[in-house]
Design a binder for this molecule. Sequence first.
Ligand SMILES: CSC[C@H](NC(=O)[C@H](Cc1ccccc1)OC(=O)N1CCC(N)CC1)C(=O)N[C@@H](CC1CCCCC1)[C@@H](O)COc1ccncc1
Length: 330
Amino acid sequence: DTGSAAAIPINEVDIAYVTPVTVGTPPQTLMLDLDTGSSDLWVFSSLTPSSQVRGQDIYTPANSSTSKLLNGHTWSIRYGDGSGSRGTVYLDTLAVGGLEVKSQAVQTAQEVSSSFTQEQSLDGLMGLGFSTLNTVRPSSQLTFFDNARPSLDEEVFTADLKYHATGSYDFGFVDRAKYTGNISYTAVTESPGYWTHSLSGYAVGSGAFQTTRLSGISDTGTTLLYLPTAVVTAYYRQVQGAQNSQYYGGYVFPCSSSLPTFTFGIEEARFTIPASYINYTRISPTSTTCYGGLQSSSGLGINIFGDVALKAAFVVFSGTNPPRIGFAHK
Ligand SMILES: CSC[C@H](NC(=O)[C@H](Cc1ccccc1)OC(=O)N1CCC(N)CC1)C(=O)N[C@@H](CC1CCCCC1)[C@@H](O)COc1ccncc1
């Protein structure tokens, strides 16, 4: 079996991508953020206080003939940006792009933090990290990918995220039409449940490639690229007027500055992020100061290869044993 679904940017700076997912019988469509940096599938629901719902679609288990309460189970999650949610759990039929799982744990939110309430284009998350990260207690639940595995033609899912455009997520196959050349694979360690792997090095603009192993997580749910301070300062040294602003919480620069590209290595392969991806956004609609798409990971304790990096490639998340991740040009 296979599935294929759109990855739609939720705003004009690609802060996140959502994918249509159907839940229950008859199907209720929700727009979820497929997130390889977490492993909970949670949704705005009929159990979410109406004061915390602002335009989101909700899942109503009572309207689904196939929903079953997972008695006595609860969940609570906190993300790297401090946002969070918690609630109860139902089992129900769930499909993404034609690929159906009969009894998927759907975590119904009973409370969401204000940043979720404010994000009306996001009806919840589908975690595609390793199931060890799932927060449901007393028994943790499997991700959609882990539930779908037995029926997949190939134990993979792929991410083709695009800059200011709709891309796609495929399950169970690697679409030859979505990439050029060969896929460069590298080993993944499941610690502690993220798609953790190394970059073989980096280059700033047309500068020499620095061979140095940088460990981090490929995370579709994180907007920006977070790397060690040494790398980030080397990059912004090439940007006229750049500064690391305490006020804005990261590197900012005059929007008129020309930015170098940023190249990262996956084993022997090289992927170049265009300058436009790193000129992330104006700090306010009328400002001439811009916020960088490459920021320091020092506050995170982990390097995160987020959407700014991932959208420069076609990415294969391979659930084989041992797991591996592949990058190809597109
Ligand atoms: C560097 S972890 C920060 C990261 N959250 C982001 O990347 C958010 C994403 C966002 C924000 C607002 C609306 C929509 C999307 O965006 C920003 O934080 N920014 C973008 C805009 C920019 N101006 C400021 C910085 C993050 O927690 N991701 C988690 C998933 C994420 C949670 C929030 C909703 C969307 C999905 C997840 O994969 C990683 O969880 C962890 C990572 C490391 N240890 C613990 C948890």
